[in-house]
Design a protein. Structure first.
Length: 479
């Protein structure tokens, strides 16, 4: 890898270059964080905004499910390919394209006249996000000195954890503020300001790193994975919305066939999206499966909690946002504590996180079945706090442990695969659990929420089965 004269130096270069200054590197980190902020906000804001959007545009339960699933589907299926395209055409170029496209797609979301346009725009957001997100980490890895890189990665966890829960909270207050009479639309339109600022800063600050045109991109594998995920989500949403006729069942079967084709492709392709040696690693594969199940359960849980608060308890969007603050507190507190414990406890910390999540879900189930739609904020807050603590314990820990048995030269591909799985899980989970919620809603809010919580509990409990297959230590302790 060579660097253009006006680019930041590689880690071994002298720090006398302008890009070697600490201030400039923190500025570059700020640009990368803006990109991740945009992703996390738009991955989570529809948890709160969905009921208001549906009330204004129509679309019913199907739109609620697609709002989150469309974004996560495009992001998850294209994320690994986005990283490869950055290598092939240059990270700076792909970052700028991704940021510009994401900002324009956000504008279309905010101005969407009907559900179809909004869903298509959400797909475009996820697709451009998949081009954008991998490039920031790659740029920092190639240009930051090791000590600065450690500081930068240390800043990611707390900031992004706050954003993942803070997105719905911000969305609730924006909607209730009804800025210029636009209701939910500023939730997306705010990205024009954030994305525009990020684009200007990226143009001025990001270094130019030589592309590697010889890099191969497995388009066939990407199409197979995308087809599998689309068939799965569309089958789930159509089946739960319009009864389980032949079409959704055929789609679910097609999803299984396409995913099998994707797995076979990874063993035969010259440049697979996921290396076969990674899939053959028992510890990594266990973490991959556990991450898929756990993050799907959490994504679905967050969605139905918001739906229950707004449609079951009659909360306004901002009131529902306040009800989720204990989750943010639990997540941040637990994540901070786990930083010092992961080296000592290793995979035991994953077990603890799963048990805390099960406890919180059980507490929430108890409140719903006993107090029902008369549940007070205080009754709900304790359960939501515990769920947040379980999330904070598991979110980073599962993947850190999964990477513990990976060779250092495979760490990049493994990390990209895990990030893609997390995005796919968000789409599958939001679609699957909200499908359960709406399909049982005919029997009342309490029944729908009860069944949804039982499903989430069952999925989380199944994750316990993969616990002993994980590597004993996290990546940093294993090497």
């Amino acid at each position: 890898m060579t660097v253009q004269p006006d680019a930041a130096p590689p880690p071994t270069a002298a720090t006398s270059s302008p890009a070697g200054s600490s201030k400039l590197m923190w500025a570059i980190l700020g640009v990368v964080l803006i990109a991740d902020l945009l992703d996390l906000l738009d991955a989570t804001i529809t948890n709160i905004a969905a009921p208001t959007i549906v009330a204004h545009l129509g679309g019913g339960p199907a739109l609620v499910k697609w709002l989150g699933a469309a974004y996560a589907l495009a992001m998850g299926t294209l994320l690994v390919m986005g990283g490869r395209l950055g290598d092939k055409y240059g990270q700076r170029r792909l970052f700028l394209v991704g940021m510009a496209g994401f900002t324009l797609a956000s504008a279309v979301c905010g101005l969407a006249p009907n559900p179809a346009v909004l869903v298509i725009a959400r797909v475009l957001q996820g697709g451009f996000g998949a081009l954008l997100i991998p490039q920031g980490i790659a740029i920092m890895t190639k240009t930051f000195p090791k000590d600065m890189l450690t500081k930068a990665f240390g800043a990611f966890g707390p900031l992004l954890g706050l954003c993942s829960v803070g997105g719905p909270v911000l969305a609730g207050f924006i909607i209730d503020a009804n800025i210029a009479g636009l209701s939910w639309r500023p939730v997306f339109l705010i990205n024009i300001v954030l994305g525009g600022a990020g684009l200007i800063a990226a143009t001025r600050l990001l270094p130019r790193i030589d592309a590697a045109p010889a890099t191969r991109v497995d388009l066939t594998g990407s199409l197979l994975l995308g087809g599998a995920m689309f068939s799965l989500l569309y089958g789930l949403i159509q089946g739960s919305s319009n009864r389980w006729s032949t079409a959704p069942i055929v789609l679910l079967g097609a999803a299984a066939v396409l995913f099998a084709g994707f797995c076979m492709r990874q063993t035969t392709a010259a440049h697979p999206l996921i290396k076969p040696t990674l899939l053959a690693n028992k510890g990594f594969t266990s973490g991959l499966v556990m991450g898929l199940a756990f993050f799907a359960a959490l994504s679905g849980l967050n969605y139905v909690i918001s739906l229950f608060l707004q449609t079951g308890l009659g909360y306004t969007p901002s009131h529902a946002s306040l009800a989720l603050l204990p989750m943010m507190a639990g997540l941040v507190l637990a994540a901070g504590v786990c930083i010092g414990l992961i080296g000592k406890l290793g995979r035991v910390l994953v077990l603890i996180g799963l048990l805390i999540t099960l406890t919180g879900t059980g507490l929430l189930l108890t409140v719903v079945t006993t107090a029902g739609t008369h549940a007070t904020w205080w009754e709900l807050s304790g359960a939501i706090l515990v769920i947040g603590a379980g999330m904070g314990t598991c979110i980073g820990t599962i993947f850190d442990i999964a990477l513990g048995g990976i060779d250092p030269d495979e760490a990049g591909g493994a990390s990209g695969s895990l990030s893609a799985v997390q995005q796919i899980a968000a789409g599958v989970g939001s679609a699957a659990v909200t499908s359960v919620y709406f399909s049982t809603l005919h029997a009342g809010q309490i029944h729908a929420m009860t069944v949804s919580l039982i499903v989430v509990t069952a999925i989380t409990a199944l994750c316990l089965g993969a616990y002993r297959l994980l590597p004993r230590k996290a990546a940093l302790q294993a090497h």
